[in-house]
Design a protein around this ligand. Structure first.
Ligand code: CTP
Length: 398
């Protein structure tokens, strides 16, 4: 897939730069050529010699290098690649890209190019969460810059949270998606997936039986057709697919916020089993057994994410796909649900226990759209996903 592809790899200055060495190896193993560029700060973490030895190419470092300018020139360097990968993408580099600054070789290359750019951010969790970084992220996404990660986890600085650079193989998968010549190339698609957990107290929550399998399969299938996928997932049993941007949430409210942050998108697929209610009186202390009887929980309504996005006046995705999990009168209920929510398509299924669909590997769905009711035979969730992704590609191409 990557054979004979040319990657311009810009390495920013962060501790995650060490992973870029492995990234170079992985790309080379797959037949890609890698031209490395280091920022000054990157050289504090990895040496030009190791980068250049692994890439088998000169490591570019200096905007004002007379030899480089005579041989290649920064403009040509920026345009001779199939893809520019920024890994690690630091807060500083992201800020420079937003501001259009060009005061070193890396930032100048990024300004001088019309080649697609994929960023793998890596930074301290507070820096990632900082409003400036989040603002920059939104702007860069709006400018068409693609992202992989960051992941959540233990960080080199000793803190925990989002900010870890994606692993080299995840970045390779994202590069593969970027360079895939599928019909969804250039399209950004949001997928929600999994259940939500609504806390009762710090140790108890209300959940549902969704495994997240169908949503993950849809995200994988869309990504395989070349889409840039933002995958907003509740606490699911199945892992997210490689090569998509993963946003992990727990509650419906967090899912709703994450969806807002992901907009604008060309299409939204809402496969999550979102809890309709949350406990209004969730306690910040563990509820204790009391002698005064059973606790009573008060509920309040969660935001209906699908309905809200379907009814957006500005920035509504061109295609909004909802799911309907029903236990009876599937077509009638789902048809009414489609009208109530205002989405374009509803993928409905029967999740009553006898079907074994919820938590199982197969699905039997009915697709309801303006074209009517299309009943698909029972098949593997992966096949449902491939068929749905192809239909989405056809619809977005119209
Ligand atoms: N959905 C959503 N936000 C919610 C509830 C549901 O985005 N708060 C989305 C789901 O992701 C799915 C669709 O709406 O795509 C239908 O979900 P479902 O639970 O079947 O519908 P409800 O509106 O909850 O209807 P009901 O529970 O009455 O069947």
């Amino acid at each position: 897939m990557l054979a004979s592809k040319r990657i311009l790899l810009i390495i920013g200055g962060g501790i995650a730069a060490y992973k870029s060495l492995d990234l170079i190896r992985r790309l080379k193993e797959r037949g890609a050529s890698v031209t490395p560029v280091l920022t000054r700060a990157a050289e504090e973490f990895v040496t030009p010699l190791s980068v250049s030895a692994l890439a088998g190419e000169k490591a570019y470092r200096d905007l004002f290098d007379l030899t480089d300018e005579a041989e290649m020139g920064h403009i040509q360097l920026s345009r001779s690649a199939d893809l520019i990968v920024l890994a690690p993408a630091t807060a500083d580099l992201m800020g420079k890209m937003v501001g259009g600054l060009a005061n070193d070789l890396a930032s100048t290359l990024l300004m001088a190019t019309d080649t697609p750019v994929l960023c793998a951010p890596a930074m301290n969790v507070r820096m990632w969460d900082h409003p400036a970084t989040q603002r920059n992220l939104k702007q860069l996404q709006a400018d068409g810059i693609r992202f992989v990660g960051p992941n959540e986890g233990d960080m080199a600085c000793g803190e925990f949270g989002p900010g870890r650079m994606s692993e080299p193989l995840e970045i390779v998968a994202a590069i593969g998606t970027q360079l895939a010549d599928g019909p969804l190339r250039g399209k950004r698609i949001l997928v929600t997936s999994g259940p939500t957990h609504e806390p009762i107290d710090p140790v108890r929550y209300i959940a549902n039986r969704s495994s997240g399998a169908q949503g993950a399969a849809v995200a994988r299938a869309l990504s395989a057709l070349g889409a840039e996928v933002v995958f907003v997932t509740g606490p699911a049993d199945v892992p997210p697919p490689a090569g998509v941007q993963v946003v992990r949430v727990e509650t419906a409210q967090q899912m709703s916020d994450a969806v807002d942050a992901a907009l604008p998108v060309d299409a939204g697929v809402f496969a999550a089993a979102v809890a309709d209610w949350r406990v209004a009186t969730a306690s910040d202390r563990k509820l204790k057994k009391s002698h005064d009887g059973l606790p009573s929980l008060e509920f309040s309504e969660n935001p209906d994410i699908l309905k809200r996005v379907s009814r957006l006046e500005a920035g509504r995705p061109a295609l909004v796909v909802g799911f309907a999990a029903e236990t009876n009168d599937v077509v009638e209920n789902a048809t009414a649900k489609r009208a109530r929510k205002g989405c374009d398509w509803i993928v409905a299924n029967d999740v009553s226990p006898k079907t074994g669909i919820m938590g199982g590997s197969e699905n039997a769905v009915v697709l309801i759209s303006d074209d009517g009711v299309d009943e698909w035979p029972r098949m593997d969730k992966d096949m449902v996903a491939d068929r749905l992704a192809q239909k989405i590609a056809d619809a977005l191409a119209d």
